[in-house]
Design a protein around this ligand. Structure first.
Ligand code: PLP
Length: 387
């Protein structure tokens, strides 16, 4: 072929670091503390619900915006936990994971040249979708050691050109849970400069100790300018089901659905029926979920004490960022490449999640959504590394 194969708009998109590290993990039979998914199964009772739905003939296309029972269940839990009222008919879109919700939202709402502010380290698809939609990413760094942002820096960055700010709360990869005060500040700017907030809340139920997740849509004047995205894959530990959603006011939802109808049109039917049921059991399931992940977090943090890697204690999500000791003389990519080969532990080098600061080069991201034996094996291997 003499013509260029790929479209120009994808020329600056990298291959996601997750695929690269998972491939290397498999190649080197490494313990995979890299990609963010559980290496244990989700609840049996959800699978049985899905099977029941299949046997009951729920096997054809779902409605474009999602199965009614699932949309009602989503509205129900948003009301129960956050006191947010969403109309299941006009304000909820069921998507193929949070990933599709993010993609459809950004494509629907960003115009060529619009500025999109995101905190870094960012989730990689936030940046990629901004570029695909023709937007211009602008970065505010969450700085070590507590991953707070500088309010003056954020204020200087936003302007009339800002179309959207992307928030990820609780935060991947730092485990930060934004305080009410930080959210108030962001909301104040959103109202003043009239921009949208895309709030990626896939780890909404994974918070530890006394950390409290506050959806930004609950703040004054934010309901109508926020698109909230979440994922059943994270809440119920079944990432392979790829079931997520976006909730937003009717005009924003109508725009998102214009894209969604041509991306996936509808999402798998039996899974939606099963998740509608699963949401109904959230109240009894959540304490179990939190206790399970808190144990895993504490187990990994304890184990890391005996290694050269100092962790930043996460308040939410299922990730821990650790510092690479400067004496080692390696940046994150060199260190991650070495660890995956020998002693055989896959981790994620986070510099790929920064667009402005080079602070990412000094850390590694570890995922603790793993069986205790996986975490134990990973820590034992990391203990072998000395400076
Ligand atoms: C912050 C964040 N957003 C979105 C996603 C993607 O969610 P899903 O698997 O539902 O597409 C992830 C998955 O790791 C994530 O960490």
């Amino acid at each position: 072929m003499s013509k260029q194969v790929a479209a120009g708009r994808i020329s600056s998109l990298p291959t996601t670091i997750f695929s690269t590290m998972s491939r290397l993990a498999a190649e080197h039979h490494a313990v995979n503390l890299g990609q963010g998914f559980p290496d244990f199964d989700g609840p049996d009772w959800i699978m049985e619900e899905a099977f029941g739905a299949m046997k009951a003939g729920k096997n054809q296309y779902a409605p474009m915006n999602g199965v009614r029972a699932f949309r009602r269940a989503i509205a129900g839990y948003q009301k129960k936990y956050y006191d947010l009222d969403w109309d299941p008919q006009t304000e909820i879109t069921v998507t193929a994971g949070a990933t599709e919700a993010l993609f459809s939202t950004m494509l629907a709402l960003i115009d060529e040249g619009d500025e999109v502010v995101m905190f870094e380290p960012f989730y990689d698809s936030h940046q990629a979708n901004t570029i695909l939609a023709g937007g211009i990413p602008r970065y505010v760094t969450l700085k070590k050691p507590d991953f707070r942002f500088d309010p003056d820096e954020l204020e200087r960055l936003v302007s009339e050109r800002t179309r959207m700010l992307i928030l990820n709360n609780p935060h991947n990869p730092t485990g930060k849970v934004y305080s009410r005060e930080e959210l108030d500040f962001i909301a104040g700017l959103a109202r003043r400069f009239d921009f949208l907030v895309l709030s990626d809340e896939v780890y909404e139920f994974l918070t530890y100790a006394d950390a409290v997740h506050v959806p930004i849509a609950t703040l004054p004047g934010m309901r109508e300018r926020t698109i909230t995205v979440s994922s059943m894959g994270k809440t119920f530990g079944m990432t392979g089901w790829k079931l997520g959603f976006a909730v937003a006011s009717p005009p924003l939802t109508a725009a998102i659905q214009k894209v969604h109808q041509f991306v996936t049109f509808a999402v798998n039917t039996p899974g939606q029926h099963a998740m509608a049921h699963a949401i109904g059991r959230l109240e009894s399931y959540l304490p179990e979920l939190r206790a399970l992940y808190q144990r895993k977090r504490d187990f990994l943090l304890e184990g890391l004490r005996e290694t050269i890697f100092r962790p930043h204690v996460p308040a939410g999500s299922y990730f821990v960022m650790v510092d690479i000791p400067p004496d080692i003389g390696e940046d994150d990519v060199a260190c991650a490449m070495r660890l995956v080969r020998d002693p055989g532990v896959a981790v994620i080098p986070p510099s790929a999640f920064y667009g402005a600061s080079d602070e990412g080069c000094t850390m590694l991201r570890l995922c603790f959504a793993k069986k205790e034996e996986t975490l134990k094996e990973g820590v034992e291997k990391l203990r072998c590394i000395s400076i």
